[in-house]
Unconditional design. Sequence first.
Length: 219
Amino acid sequence: MLGMLYYSLFNEPPKKIGYESFAHALTHFCNDNKQMVEEIIEILDYNYQHIDFIDKDADLGIVCPLNVYCSYSIDQIMAAFGYFNESKKPAFREGVKHFKEYKLDAFFITLNKSEKDYSPSTLYEDYAISERLFHWQSQSRTSVQSKTGQRYINHMKTGNKIVLFVRENKKSNNIPEAYTFLGEAEYVSHSGDMPISFIWRMKEEIPASMMRKANKGIV
């Protein structure tokens, strides 16, 4: 959680910009920006008092501060899994991430895609079928016989977990939209190849607010 807070305020790892740790950088930030910190606390308190949903713990078998139905930036998610840490912040521009050490695959899904922001090969068909079923297409280079494709298809046999993070648009008011964490998904079926079309069953129901955005049958 300290890493998530740090990467909410800074773009580079602390050791790259002269700090020893997350705590060291945040202490300096709070001491040098007292008025800004007060404003941040006011905004956080306001948001806390106006929460309109009930979040749920995510039992992923690892220590992880992410809660189902909450919204997070990419940087916060990567910090939560320790991929962004005090020493490094590796480049990440993909729509999927395999955290090998945790036996976990995270899918980052943008529902409304435009050719301006995505190439034709990445305009995947991702949408909710129902409150529990979600249709998702793999990356165009992923084949059924590939190591990645087989990991997705057989994840329940191997103990590899699949989690979904979903947002409506790439940007809102010219600012990158946060992803809503929908929790863990289980394999139902697949079809096609390069890309592979999957149907996943969500362990938790997709909330009504997200269904209105994610279900193509709802106008």
